[in-house]
Write a protein that binds this ligand. Structure first.
Ligand SMILES: Nc1ncnc2c1ncn2[C@@H]1O[C@H](COP(=O)(O)OP(=O)(O)OP(=O)(O)O)[C@@H](O)[C@H]1O
Ligand SMILES: [Mg+2]
Length: 476
């Protein structure tokens, strides 16, 4: 399998580290030459060498400041680069960090958010809508155009992958990487849209396969994405979409694999983040649904009100609910199944509102008050299980040994932990079930010889304090 790399950056490039170190070591600035100097405010600033005495270099920066730096920490500036930058980084005389960042900025300033480095595409998130870049006219332009002939674009990457697959018969993969909020998921959707365009059928033949593939995105985002500090629609799971093609290059099936959904978020959110989108959209569902699930204001629910963020600017949750249900219709989830899915989502919210107090036995627990009993009963109704069985599963632990089965009471603290563990496991099973359901509905093509895989990981984040609990999704 060959790999086409589609990388997304917001800042420093690790892969350039090596060439940068080599260049720094060979830098031999002479008086009057243009160089890049590290700056605490703007990362890198260019300037002119005023004095060069061995390792000590005096530079007059364009900001007017004069700095004295070590020769090994400065980089030559390529003075031949046009003000609007170059569309392929390999055209730069010096491929070092300041040169690369300067080129990306020059292009970004003129709304050119994509740049190549050979066959790697680098995207800088514009954070504004640029619809003209992605319309069907654009797709038609990139169809069959040689890689590098037109402006850098995700469609060009998808087109190159598609053509390599058709012409050489070799399966392809496109890797999308970058830090959280860089634009990976948006780019993945563009890649998938282009592949659906290339491998789609005529309207008369029915478009179900590619439509299902595309509509799987909003469904998975509703259940696997959440607002974080860095991104209002952050993917909290990894996703590998394998699109299968038949002999004629038409999409004949697809398989979606997901990785490591962040379970801890289901019962633990901190300001200004949010839980998974589906919880809020369900609270904003039409009144008959809200009544059916005994929901209401998201502020009522412990799993949501640990954070003060409930709404997202510019997002209408009731519309999101309708759109998610419509997308579920398209991917082949029946309306009864949709009801069952949302029942589980609502049950998790009710589960979170069960609080525990000390019971009669030593170190035992019981639901604390009327309110907790109400939420326990509602959760049991929605899960369609016996309320007593649910209560036992929260307040007791069953230990099976070789000879006997022992039932142990849990104290209120342990019962709350067991409640959270249940919420997390149920949610992650629901997510896995959704993925299986989508895969079964799209269907696999066992005859398919070639495929294109698109990997959308969830972006790395760096916190002041990095802990397993916030960063890793595999803590139950
Ligand atoms: N090409 C684009 N045009 C306009 N806006 C964009 C584009 N790419 C990304 N964005 C904006 O940036 C936001 C974050 O992008 P996205 O969700 O794709 O990031 P991500 O890299 O997948 O992050 P995470 O790792 O947290 O999932 C989007 O919701 C959108 O507002
Ligand atoms: Mg994402």
């Amino acid at each position: 399998m060959e790999w086409l790399h589609y990388m997304l950056v917001e800042s420093k490039q690790e892969f350039l580290q090596q060439s940068q170190e080599q260049l720094a070591a060979t830098a031999n600035p002479i008086v009057g030459s243009r160089v890049w100097v590290e700056d605490p405010d703007v990362a890198w600033i260019d300037g002119e060498v005023l004095e060069a005495k061995g390792e000590v270099i005096k530079v007059l920066c364009t900001s007017g400041k004069t700095v004295v730096v070590k020769a090994s920490s400065i980089y030559h500036k390529d003075t031949e680069v046009p003000p609007s930058g170059v569309d392929d980084m390999t055209k730069l005389a010096y491929l070092h960090e300041p040169g690369v960042l300067d080129n990306l900025r020059s292009r970004y300033d003129i709304n050119e958010i994509y740049t190549y480095t050979g066959n790697i595409l680098i995207a800088v998130n514009p954070f504004i809508k640029l619809p003209h870049l992605y319309d069907s006219h654009m797709m038609a332009q990139y169809k069959g155009a040689a890689f590098g002939e037109l402006s850098p674009h995700p469609f060009a990457v998808a087109d190159a992958a598609y053509r390599l697959m058709i012409n050489e018969g070799i399966s392809q993969s496109i890797l999308v990487s970058g830090e959280s909020g860089a634009g990976k998921t948006e780019s993945t959707k563009l890649l998938m849209r282009y592949l659906a365009y290339m491998g789609g059928r005529a309207a008369a033949e029915g478009r179900t396969v590619e439509q299902k593939v595309l509509e799987s995105n909003p469904v998975l985002e509703a259940f696997g994405n959440a607002k974080t500090v860095r991104n209002n629609n952050s993917s909290r799971f990894g996703k590998f979409v394998e699109i299968q093609f038949d002999q004629r290059g038409r999409i004949s099936g697809a398989a979606i694999r997901t990785y490591l959904l962040e379970r801890s978020r289901v019962c633990q959110v901190s300001d200004p983040e949010r839980n998974y989108h589906c919880f809020y959209m369900l609270c904003a569902a039409p009144p008959e649904d809200v009544k059916k699930y005994k929901l209401g204001d998201p502020r009522m629910f412990h799993y949501l009100n640990q954070s003060n963020c409930f709404e997202l600017e510019g997002l209408d949750e009731s519309k999101e609910y309708r759109d998610t249900r419509r997308a579920m219709d398209i991917v082949g989830i029946s309306s009864e199944e949709q009801d069952a899915i949302f029942k589980v989502v609502a049950a998790i919210l009710h589960l979170g509102n069960i609080e525990f107090a000390k019971g009669k036995e030593i170190d035992s627990s019981v639901p604390r008050d009327e309110k907790s009993w109400f939420h326990l009963q509602t959760a049991a109704d929605l899960f369609m299980c016996d309320a007593k069985a649910l209560e036992d599963s929260l307040c007791k632990r069953v230990i099976v040994t070789r000879d006997e089965t022992i039932t142990k009471w849990l104290d209120p603290e342990a019962a709350a932990l067991s409640r959270d563990a249940l919420a997390k496991i149920v949610y992650s099973r629901l997510f896995d079930w959704l993925v299986d359901k989508i895969n079964n509905s799209i269907g696999q093509d066992p005859e398919s010889k070639s495929l294109i895989g698109v990997l959308d990981i969830y972006g790395f984040e760096s916190f002041k304090t990095n802990r397993f609990v916030t960063g890793t999704p595999f803590v139950v």
